[in-house]
Ligand binder design. Structure first.
Ligand code: SF4
Ligand code: SF4
Length: 99
């Protein structure tokens, strides 16, 4: 396997314990994608009863499509960390700030 090491904003917490990438409110995907252009939803959310077994590292935000967020530059997220959770019946980035 050829590996790539990049710096990403850390997902410091996610309330979606029913997502397969979640363990104890921490996300353990390697990277998540946020947004559908307008709404900051977690595009990586996958509901299920099974869960990942690798829980040593937290996920990063690999890409964010929400250009209306003040933290978005070139379709990427810029803060050191973000939090995700329930909002308006969806799984959303709670760190979103309208530009
Ligand atoms: S951030 Fe997204 S992929 Fe990660 S646990 Fe939460 S809902 Fe799942
Ligand atoms: S803070 Fe803004 S730019 Fe970063 S993931 Fe959330 S919505 Fe996207």
């Amino acid at each position: 396997m050829i590996k790539t090491v990049i710096e990403m904003p850390r997902v410091s917490q996610c309330e979606m314990v029913g997502c397969v990438y979640n363990s104890k409110k921490r996300c353990h995907a390697k990277a998540i994608t946020v947004g559908d252009f307008l709404s900051p939803e977690c595009d990586t959310y996958l509901p299920g009863s099974a869960h990942v077994t690798q829980v040593k590292t937290d996920a990063g935000v690999g890409a964010c499509k929400v250009i209306g967020c003040e933290f978005n530059t070139d379709y990427e997220c810029s803060p050191d960390e973000v939090q995700l959770g329930h909002q308006d019946g969806m799984v959303r980035c709670l760190s979103y700030q309208e530009r």
